[in-house]
Design a protein around this ligand. Sequence first.
Ligand code: LLP
Length: 387
Amino acid sequence: MIKANYPIDKFNEIQTPFYYYDLDVLRKTLVEIKSETKKTDFHVHYAMKANVNPSVLAVIKDAGLGADCVSGGEVQAAIDAGISPSKIVFAGVGKADWEINLGLYNDIFCFNVESVPELEVINELASAKGKIAHVALRINPNVSAHTHHYITTGLSENKFGINMSDLDHLIDLFPTLPNVKLIGIHFHIGSQITDLTSFQGLCVRVNELQEYFLSHSVKLEHINVGGGLGINYEHPNHFPIPDFQAYFNIFRDHLQLQHNQTLHFELGRAVVAQCGSLISRVLYVKQGSSKKFAILDAGFTDLIRPALYQAYHHIENLSSDLAVEPYDVVGPICESADTFAKGFVMNQTKRGDLIALRSAGAYGEIMASQYNLRKLPKAYTSDELAH
Ligand code: LLP
């Protein structure tokens, strides 16, 4: 069984559970993104919601990515990390006035607007500041992402974006709102998308909408196709870096940009998921009536994805090379949903063994909670532990 290369000696000195970020994996991922995007001047705004660990953010900022934010907190964190406001996009169905003001104050690149009333409020707040806000319309393209229903966002039944049927009204409205300037259109159809034909469907819809805006003499400076590229949760050691070439080629081949138009992306998971692991220790191995439970000191307060989305995370016992057998791998929290995997086949396990829950760099640490008054997990990087 192939296992990741971890500094086990260092791990033994640290209180579990904790997150571990392999910054070399992150750097290699970013090199790959850069080499693919520079071919056609594509712009990537890292989706801050996936992970805002300061060390991780610093590496992402150094690679030159912008930021995609969905709250005032994220806008501030991006600015604090040194990401230029001219590379910050701000989405979200419910932006509060203070959050809009924060974006206006910092002259961010673009507000991705999700409703008519929001557009009117941005216009009002911008007017009060004597500014002109740059906005893109987040359009709900009604394209299926073929992914878990909790992380599907681009169907007309979802709460996100502006319905295509509202566009005529919006085009009439813009000339009456002097403090907003329409500079683009924005889409995001969902997350953990592994069937790339979904993105092809998005391209077709974008091309149709481009025709629509052209026919209404509206010039768009940019198109933003959101994020969503999935990663390989089953085989993180074989596929540590997503197939960015195939992903970006879909847009190169199928999306027709107009003269001087730029194409923007908001990737989160694909950037950071594979560099992160949740490291935990086995507290007890308990023999149930028909199976064994490996009870960890990490629970869904540290990594909620399996409980919330029935998500699969690959599990490795870093302390054992013994023959494999099945375990239900569970946490200590007083809820049955606190289960990482059922019948997971791993090396024979005993109390004290170190366990790695893989591909936890995205939507892991950031979604942690203190339920049961548990401590929030700490995080360490490969750079820190190398010394
Ligand atoms: N842009 C927008 C407008 C989004 O809503 C999202 C994610 C992204 C970009 C980044 O998507 P990504 O490239 O990471 O797929 N907590 C869930 C995922 C929720 C994603 C929400 N939106 C999970 O753990 O799977």
